[in-house]
Write a protein that binds this ligand. Structure first.
Ligand code: SAH
Length: 478
């Protein structure tokens, strides 16, 4: 949105720092909040001018301070609630206001689920042009949430720095690179919190120097902890600026002794001046190169660098829905586009004749093949490359899919892939999406030959604004 507003301003237009709107930056205003946007900010109007108010909820009247104004909308932060919504919750995290990780802790969980369903519906209507009521309407189901929506993340990546001579690690304060020290994150698995806090303490005791990104000096840049939630195995990754770790043996021995469940201690070396966490070199300091976890009946090997879903409990819910929508009975040929490490493919292989998975990152395809072998899955083929190139090539080779599953990144499916799907005409398309706006855009294209039957939002990231959903499309002439 911001980009479009900028583009519209031509060279002869008003170049004043602040556009001519009813509010000024710094001003305090009273606003009635009538809705919420996709970032979880309250939406209200002041003399017809739209304000997005951070921290305010739908149905509330608040006092807010204006932070930033643009021609057609502005941003403000709530200062005081004048009339409170019954859906307001007390955020249990003491750092909620300062950390950018969560944005919905102040909204009761049941309402977060309703909000996410609403976001999906709004996008389908506005961007997709779909009708959600009456004949031929798409059913958008209530969001499937967690019964215990805390402590769900299986991976923690903590930046390390220095404050007043002491080693600290936590998160970056909003819009800065100042590290706020923190030992507990309520959406993080307890095992990871314990692991990271222990490594921080040990590093401090052994005088291991924290990395200083300004001076590009020091050693320890990040501590990453991963846990196999079903197996209890923990992996520690020490990301360092140099290879040499002073007192390495003592550090490793102490981690083995003091971190419950530790099965793997790995070092990753990142000598570059960069915000990217990992460098190219990874070596195992002790234990296994991988930890294991299971989702449903499928076992996965997780290495220091490999991608793995961060909320395994809800991933199982999402994949079971995907499997149900695929409608596979054991005789179908299924394509899993954007397959990552083959998670969905291996789920689908249980109920299909053959699954073909394609993914652009070659390392992920190597993991997918290894995971297939680990589970004795023989009816899955994986190929590295862009889905929009590999799938048409498969078609040329005579591969005919009954079902295509897509799970693209936020920017949605490549146009060429959508065109290929329309040409290949599989009976069903199952669209797994982490971005309701590109989902709506792509479904509109596929509506040329497909009917969107139903959409199921699944809450993969409680207390954050992320909205995941899965849609079932069936060929119109079926
Ligand atoms: N289905 C997987 C991963 C989904 S994330 C899972 O559930 O775990 C989306 C994946 O699409 C990423 O792994 C990304 O590397 C891959 N990707 C991005 N662009 C692609 C393209 N053009 N063709 C194939 N894969 C692509």
């Amino acid at each position: 949105m911001a980009k479009t507003a900028k583009k519209r301003r031509g060279p002869h237009q008003n170049t004043k720092a602040e556009p001519d709107v009813p509010v000024r930056v710094g001003q305090t205003v009273e606003v009635e909040i009538t809705g919420m946007n996709h970032d979880g900010a309250g939406v209200g109007r002041v003399e017809g001018y739209t304000l997005f108010v951070k921290g305010a909820l739908s149905g509330e009247r608040v006092r807010a301070q204006v932070d930033h104004v643009k021609k057609s909308f502005g941003f403000a932060t709530m200062v005081e609630v004048l009339e409170q919504s019954a859906n307001r919750a007390l955020p249990p995290c003491p750092l909620y206001d300062r950390c950018g990780g969560c944005s919905l802790q102040h909204l009761a969980y049941e309402e977060q689920l309703r909000h996410k369903q609403q976001i999906v519906m709004d996008n389908l209507r506005r961007i997709g042009g779909f009708s959600l009521e009456g004949e031929g309407a798409i059913t958008v189901h209530p969001t499937l949430g967690m019964s215990e929506p805390w402590r769900y993340r299986n991976k923690s990546q903590v930046p390390i720095g220095e404050e007043n001579g002491a080693l600290v690690g936590g998160f970056y304060a909003e819009k800065s690179h100042t590290i706020i020290d923190m030992d507990e994150c309520l959406i993080q698995h307890q095992a990871n919190d314990v692991a990271v806090a222990t490594v921080k303490r040990l590093a401090s005791e052994l005088n291991i120097q924290p990395y200083d990104e300004v001076r590009h000096a020091g050693l320890l840049r990040h501590v990453v902890a991963k846990v196999g939630v079903k197996t209890g195995e923990v992996m520690i990754v020490l990301v360092t600026a140099q290879e040499e770790i002073p007192q390495r043996e003592r550090l490793v021995a102490a981690i083995r002794e003091q971190v419950p469940g530790v099965a793997s201690i790995v070092q990753n070396i990142n000598p570059d001046k960069t915000n990217v966490i990992f460098g190219k070199t990874t070596r195992t300091l002790w234990g296994s190169d991988v930890i294991y976890d299971t989702i449903g009946p499928i076992k996965f090997a997780i290495s220091a660098r490999s991608f793995y879903q961060v909320n395994p409990a809800q991933t199982e819910v999402l994949y079971n829905k995907t499997l149900e929508y695929a409608g596979a009975t054991g005789t179908e040929t299924v394509i899993d586009a954007y397959c990552g490490i083959g998670t969905i493919s291996l789920f689908l292989a249980q109920k299909s004749r053959h699954v073909y998975g394609v993914e652009i990152v070659p390392e992920a395809i190597a993991d997918a093949k290894r995971n297939a072998a680990l589970n004795g899955v023989e009816n899955a083929t994986f190929e590295a490359g862009p889905a929009e190139v590999v799938i048409p090539a498969w078609y040329e080779q005579g591969i005919r899919a009954d079902v295509i599953v897509v799970d693209p990144p936020r920017k949605g499916c490549d146009e060429a892939l959508l065109a290929t799907i329309l040409e290949m005409e599989p009976q069903r398309v199952v669209y797994v999406s982490c971005n309701p706006s590109t989902l709506a855009r792509d479904l509109k294209v596929l509506a040329e030959k497909y009917e969107v039957k139903e959409v199921q939002p699944v809450d993969m990231f409680p207390h954050t604004g992320h909205v995941e959903s899965v849609a079932l499309l069936v060929r119109t002439d079926e």
